[in-house]
Design a protein around this ligand. Structure first.
Ligand code: AMP
Length: 140
């Protein structure tokens, strides 16, 4: 069976713009962002949905989600944050992930989760990565 794409990111077999990593979680930029800075936070353990978490792990996830969301907000200076998480239905990657999406006042979602944008190039992606990475570091 083909191995989970997010497990491959955890194992560094697939490149991702990782902005935070510890022994339990990793956060990286979504490759097709709704808005630039769109980040995915995932558990390092292969847990598929919210329903598969232990309570302790889930509590840690909530704390980590808040911290990374704060990092995204401070790092790129957006007005707000949209948090979403698909479980089973509309879940294209069967490894739990929280979408942490920057929002600007007056810049509406054009349809839910669509269309996506692209980074201009790797340099722009790196700039977003670094801004959020630094802001998260400051929150420790
Ligand atoms: P969902 O549809 O809620 O399961 O979200 C899966 C997300 O994973 C989508 O927003 C994809 O753009 C994102 N994604 C898939 N593969 C990668 C990858 N290799 N690196 C970064 N993001 C990815």
């Amino acid at each position: 069976m083909e191995e989970c794409i997010f497990c491959k990111i955890i194992k560094n077999e697939i490149k991702a713009s990782t902005i935070f990593e510890d022994d339990r979680f990793i956060a990286f930029l979504d490759k097709s962002p709704i808005f630039k800075g769109h980040t995915l936070l995932i558990p390092k353990k292969h847990i598929e949905t919210i329903f598969d978490f232990s309570e302790d792990y889930l509590k840690d996830l909530a704390v980590e989600t808040k911290r990374i969301a704060e990092g995204v907000k401070k790092g790129i200076g957006c007005d707000g944050i949209l948090l979403i998480n698909n479980n089973i239905v509309s879940q294209s990657v069967p490894h739990f992930h929280v979408h942490i999406i920057p929002r600007e006042k007056g810049k509406p979602l054009r349809g839910f989760m669509w269309p996506r944008t692209r980074y201009k190039n790797e340099i722009e992606e790196e700039e977003f990565k670094e801004k959020i990475e630094k802001a998260i570091e400051m929150l420790k």
